[in-house]
Structure formats: structure tokens, C-alpha cells
Design a protein around this ligand. Structure first.
Ligand code: C2G
Length: 131
């Protein structure tokens, strides 16, 4: 039984999110997702998420590739989260390439290519421009 873990904000959920969750799940038997708290998102991106934590979690729970969701409160607790959830593989999009090598002593670390031409930031920009 292989457990895969991944992390993200998953704000304004889009098909790039679906793709990484599907591909992550395909790498093992069980997918656990650490979803950023609103505060953690603010510290990473300098803005509040469009959807608050409860709504983002609600969406993730409805995705068939996701077996478990927990709240990621701090980027500094990754090692603890990986151990706590007994993850065998950590998967992240390649915007994080090279950032998680330090965990190779406790799990496999894989970076998957991002889905091109879609991001939460771009969606926000498009919506802002609608008159
Ligand atoms: N993603 C993707 N393709 C896109 C957009 C996003 O594959 N077009 C992936 C990202 O690479 C990431 C996941 O979807 O692995 C979630 O994206 P974000 O919500 O933007 O995640 P982020 O805020 O970068 O949080 O501890 C790490 C962080 O919490 C990651």
C-alpha cells in the first residue's frame, strides 16, 4: 500500500489542479493532500485566497482522486506531515522543482510538469478585466 502526499492551496479550483491530483494518485494507492490554511496562503502569495479554507476543502473532498485532506499550517512542518501520514512519495508541481530534496531520506520526491496556460492568478486577472 503506497501513500502519496501532495500540498497546495487549490484556490479557484481548475483543470491544472485536477491533473496533478490525478497523476499523483496514479503514483500510488492512496492520496493525502495538505491544503494551505488561509494564513499560509497569505504568507506565500501576499493575498488572501479567493475561496476560504472551508470551501477549498469542500471541493478537494469531492475529487475522486483524493482520499484524505488535512490543513497545512506551515511550510516548515513538511517533514512532520510526511511522517504523520506515512507517505511513501511526495509529489509536487515542477514550479517547486528542487525545493524538497531534503525529504529524500524519508520518502521518494517527484516533481510533475505543470499543466500549461492555466493558473489561479491568470483566472483572477481575466475576471478582473471583465466589464
Ligand atoms: N499546478 C499544476 N498546473 C497548474 C497549476 C498548478 O500542476 N497549471 C499544481 C502546482 O504545481 C501545485 C498544485 O497544482 O503542485 C497546487 O497549486 P497551488 O494551489 O498553486 O499550490 P501552492 O500554493 O504552490 O502550494 O507546501 C507547498 C505549497 O503549499 C504549494
Amino acid at each position: 500500500m503506497k501513500t502519496v502526499i501532495t500540498f497546495g492551496t487549490f484556490d479557484v479550483f481548475h483543470s491544472g489542479h485536477v491533473n496533478i491530483l490525478r497523476r499523483s494518485r496514479e503514483m500510488g494507492d492512496r492520496l493525502v493532500v495538505g491544503i494551505s490554511s488561509d494564513q499560509l496562503n497569505f504568507s506565500k502569495k501576499g493575498r488572501n485566497p479567493v475561496y476560504p479554507l472551508r470551501s477549498r476543502m469542500n471541493i478537494l473532498h469531492a475529487i475522486r482522486y483524493v482520499d484524505q485532506v488535512f490543513v497545512e499550517e506551515s511550510l516548515d512542518l513538511k517533514r512532520e506531515y510526511i511522517i504523520e501520514h506515512q507517505a511513501d512519495i511526495l509529489v509536487m508541481g515542477d514550479d517547486w522543482k528542487g525545493k524538497f530534496e531534503e525529504f529524500k531520506d524519508i520518502c521518494e520526491v517527484k516533481y510533475l510538469p505543470r499543466t500549461p496556460s492555466i493558473s489561479t492568478t491568470e483566472i483572477i486577472e481575466v475576471i478582473k478585466d471583465i466589464e
